[in-house]
Design a protein around this ligand. Structure first.
Ligand code: SF4
Length: 480
């Protein structure tokens, strides 16, 4: 009986947008490609799930390797539940009401069971509760009495010692009360979603805030195809709700919007950018903050590549602490790429190097200064050095992302996820071959290729050149 209409992920999809649920089932070829960031999150979730199993060791793994194994694994799970020798089940498969779910961990509680769902996040969200309520309903529908239902997620306060303490790394929180309240709603949602899947045509749902929340929908490419790149729907300085209200009223261009909704300088500058189809900025603020070309010529350009492992790798680090992987630096006279081991020593080296770079220079520029600040924070904790002398950006360091925000810089079109690439396009020079950082990190950490350091150095130098180009352009716009 493994023919199911819904799963945990399609149920959550339906909760976000019924059109997405329908398209996913009936027109999957319209789906956008998964972004590198989503792929990385997916992989991270799987790794954390496997680690959390160690909280309840010696379980029986019922995980299906592919959908074709669902019928077999449904039977295996049922048999495991009845087997008095089995006390823990990983990835148990259940089906009820045409919904198939896989629960991360089940632990025997006398005649009954306790369920655990693992999340690689740092807190509990509404979506997690909806997800838990669905699983509770489906498992209960199989006649299994759950005495508790808990979410296991990452403990943001845990600082790792020499060894990893899983009981500290994870927080286990019972959500049974919330889940029981949500079950009625879950049952009616299932019926509604099943009806949606029988429709001949996709439900007539207009684009709206649901396209990005709680997750970026992968049908945006399809549903938003007629929205021009310079639509006011992409004006992030305006409240999202206001943008969609005017869209629902049939307002097409930014010029048709009432001018009195543009109140702040940032909003007026964004309107100017979108209506003139050129980049725009706050000249008064820019004059104070954007360096002159002469200063830029003397500056050091820094590109730092970091990663943020969900599970702390070394003593004194926390979940998602930033660790440096490689740093490329360039001045008029020289260029260099330094690689850092993922260890206390590596962080010490980073700390010494960056402190020297920042204190010996009047100006250092980078694409996003939060990367440097986050690594400094980790390095200080790991090396147990006295509190960092600056908690905010050091005066000699300017991040391109932060600078553009502080001078109300606006692109004439949607910004997109890849900030630097959007900026280069707007400046008419997207000839740099920038590979997204998630790919760079994954390739470097996974690849055994001997030349991987050389490849990464080349990629980082592209980033640094692109950053320097954007600084030059901003300087030209400001001081010409
Ligand atoms: S893009 Fe928006 S309207 Fe289209 S399916 Fe996704 S959430 Fe629904």
């Amino acid at each position: 009986m493994a023919n199911h209409l819904l799963s945990k992920s399609t149920f959550i999809r339906g909760k976000q947008c019924e059109k997405s649920l329908y398209l996913n089932k009936k027109r999957p070829f319209l789906r956008d490609k998964m972004s590198p960031l989503q792929l990385a999150k997916f992989k991270r979730g799987t790794n954390v799930g496997i680690l959390a199993q160690e909280l309840f060791p010696n379980g029986l793994d019922c995980q299906p390797k592919s959908p074709s194994q669902f019928p077999k694994k449904l039977i295996e799970t049922r048999e495991a539940l009845l087997n008095p020798l089995v006390n823990v089940i990983y990835e148990g498969v259940f089906q009820h009401d045409d919904v198939l779910i896989i629960i991360d961990i089940l632990v025997r509680d006398g005649e009954n069971w306790k369920a655990y769902e693992v999340k690689s996040s740092l807190s509990v969200s509404t979506t997690f509760l909806q997800d838990a309520a669905l699983q509770y309903h489906i498992i209960s529908g199989n006649g299994v009495h759950l005495t508790d239902f808990s979410l296991i997620f990452m403990n943001r306060d845990y600082i790792r010692g020499e060894t990893l303490d899983l009981h500290q790394l994870f927080v286990t929180q019972s959500v049974l009360k919330e889940v029981k309240i949500a079950v009625l709603d879950t049952v009616s949602a299932i019926q509604k979603f099943k009806a949606v899947l029988t429709l001949e045509k996709s439900p007539a749902i207009a684009i709206g805030p649901q396209c990005q929340s709680p997750y970026p929908c992968d049908f945006v490419g399809h549903c938003w195809k007629n929205v021009p790149e310079n639509s006011y729907l992409y004006m992030e300085s305006l409240e999202e709700q206001i943008r969609f209200e005017y869209h629902a009223q049939g307002v097409v261009s930014p010029q048709e919007l009432p001018q009195n909704i543009f109140k702040t300088d940032a909003q007026k500058i964004q309107l100017e950018a979108f209506t003139t189809n050129t980049v725009a900025l706050n000249k008064a603020l820019a004059k104070k903050q954007v360096p002159h070309q002469m200063q830029l010529d003397e500056a050091i350009i820094i590109k730092l590549l970091i990663h943020q492992p969900a599970v702390p790798l070394m003593a004194n680090t926390k979940a998602y602490d930033a660790l440096p992987i490689a740093m490329y630096t360039k001045t008029l006279q020289s260029e260099e790429t330094v690689f850092f081991e993922q260890s206390t020593e590596g962080l010490k080296r980073f700390l010494t190097l960056i402190m020297v770079l920042l204190s010996n220079r009047t100006l250092a520029i980078t694409d996003d200064d939060t990367f440097i600040l986050m690594c400094l924070q980790t390095a200080h904790r790991v090396n147990n050095t006295s509190e960092f002398t600056f908690f905010s950006t050091p005066p000699s360091l300017i991040g391109l992302r932060q600078l553009t925000q502080s001078i109300d810089f606006s692109l004439p079109t949607k910004s997109g996820d890849f900030f630097l690439s959007g900026l280069l396009t707007a400046f008419g020079k997207n000839t740099f071959k920038l590979k997204e950082e998630v790919y760079l990190v994954n390739d470097f950490l996974a690849d055994e290729n001997e030349n991987k350091s050389m490849h990464l150095a080349a990629e980082l130098s592209q980033y640094a050149k692109a950053t320097a180009f954007c600084f030059d352009k901003l300087s030209e716009m400001t001081h010409k």
